[in-house]
Design a protein around this ligand. Structure first.
Ligand SMILES: [Zn+2]
Ligand SMILES: [Zn+2]
Length: 447
């Protein structure tokens, strides 16, 4: 093979050198140096493949590559030259920090309690709170004086109908009404405390964004852009995620159900024409040992003299699946404080589906196995919910996953109502390029 290829290429070379010089000049002009070296690289690679693999193996490699090029393999994609030069283009990562629910308060410069006791010493009587019976001029509950920290009882509106400025009776300073009472901002940026605005609203999610141009997160992400990316932001700014964002999901109870095998008629199991021993034997080979249905039927027939068709093996598997699923869920028991999660794709009736697995790090239990058509946030939330369902109260759980952004987004959603909050560790790529990947890779490799 090697010889054949070599002779083929030398043949081409001979043919090229035989061509008139004008043709060669034109040939050189249209082929850049880079392209020429690329052709050389590919040629060498073809020769290398032919020296290592048989014809049959090469056919399999080609079939695999055709699958990748036709986009039929969701796990492998060709290297993207554009992506390498523009690493931040369409890099829609999920910010790991949750938003603040209220703007942080600055420590007051004076102490209102000290001021009150000084007042009493000087005047001989205490300073009474504001005598305000009109609810319209009463300071909103929870307001504080920015200067001395005096509570709402000592504050009153100083600007009539506008109701935006509060005056403090203790230190006589003016405070703006707390932003919480002034506007309806729900979240605040964890980097700059600026209120987040509702950027996009969809059926399942509301996306909030920080639009502060001096936000440290925005400036940091902007600083990471290379020259080519900076140019690209001028025309395609929407393709770069530079600002802090928070995705608030609104999944309903109904949406959050873990997938389960279809429930068959419960009496099916007792109507089969074989004993339960035969059924268990068939399942041991087919499920526990992962032997195909046809081979299982073959073993049962030829080794155990049990005449069983491969279709019966498949039917038995379907009948017992709901029982096994219920058993797994009911008797899962405790889970470890570190769990690893990953998705793998399977074909269901010819269509790609994903199984979201979680595995407990010490006892090696599979704690969740949710199946869904997509790799979105919803299936990630369902799998995580199931993985932590039997955790002991107060157990601090760390989840180790790959770089799929559905996990951090899902963890944000769960952490809104889950104490203590889940911690997320990401292991990216096949090599350890960051500290977190290095520390937590052993857990990822449990799969
Ligand atoms: Zn004050
Ligand atoms: Zn910000």
């Amino acid at each position: 093979m090697n010889f054949l290829l070599n002779s083929l290429f030398s043949n081409v070379l001979v043919k090229l050198t035989c061509l008139p010089p004008t043709f060669l000049v034109g040939f050189k002009r249209t082929t850049s140096k880079k392209e020429a070296s690329q052709v050389k690289k590919t040629t060498r690679f073809v020769i290398w493949i032919c020296s290592k693999f048989t014809r049959r193996e090469i056919e399999q490699i080609i079939q695999g590559l055709i699958e990748v090029l036709a986009n039929r393999n969701p796990e492998v994609k060709p290297k993207d030259d554009f992506k390498e030069k523009h690493p931040n283009y369409r890099n829609f990562f999920v910010d790991p920090e949750p938003p603040l629910k209220a703007p942080p308060q600055k420590a007051p410069k004076l102490n209102w309690k000290e001021l009150l006791s000084n007042y009493q010493k000087e005047k001989g009587h205490p300073l009474l709170p504001v005598n305000n019976k009109d609810p319209k001029t009463k300071a909103p509950k929870g307001s504080l004086c920015r200067v001395c920290g005096a509570p709402a009882e000592y504050l009153y509106f100083n600007d009539g109908k506008k109701r935006s400025q509060l005056k403090c009776k203790v230190c006589s300073s003016l405070s703006q009404v707390h932003p919480r009472h002034r506007n309806k901002a729900k979240y605040y940026c964890p980097h700059c405390s600026h209120s987040l605005y509702l950027w996009k609203e969809r059926k399942d999610v509301s996306i909030y964004k920080c639009d502060n141009d001096r936000c440290s997160s925005f400036l940091k992400n902007k600083g990471k852009l290379n020259f080519a990316e900076k140019l690209l932001t001028k025309i395609k700014s929407s393709q770069f995620k530079l600002r802090y964002q928070y995705r608030e999901y609104h999944f309903s109870e109904k949406q959050l159900r873990h997938s389960a095998p279809e429930e068959k008629d419960a009496s099916c199991l007792f109507k089969i024409h074989n004993s339960l021993n035969t059924l268990c034997l068939a399942l041991t080979f087919h499920i526990s040992l992962g032997i195909s249905a046809r081979k299982t039927a073959f073993i049962l027939r030829n080794v155990f003299s049990l005449p069983l068709s491969y279709q019966s093996v498949l039917n038995y598997t379907e009948i017992v699946a709901p029982y096994c699923h219920r058993f797994n869920k009911t008797y899962k028991g405790e889970v470890d404080h570190i769990q690893a999660g990953d998705e793998t794709y399977i074909k269901v009736r010819g269509k790609n589906h994903f199984v979201f697995f979680f595995i407990s790090s010490c006892n090696r239990k599979i704690t969740a196995y949710h199946i869904e058509k997509s790799r979105d946030t919803l299936p990630a939330v369902i799998a995580i919910n199931e993985a932590i369902r039997t955790a002991s109260p107060g157990e601090e759980i760390t989840l180790v996953t790959d770089g799929n952004p559905s996990y951090p987004a899902g963890i944000h959603f769960i952490n809104q109502n889950y104490e203590p909050n889940l911690t997320h560790k990401k292991v990216v790529g096949l090599q350890n390029l960051d500290k977190e990947s290095e520390e937590f890779r052993p857990f990822k490799e449990l799969y």
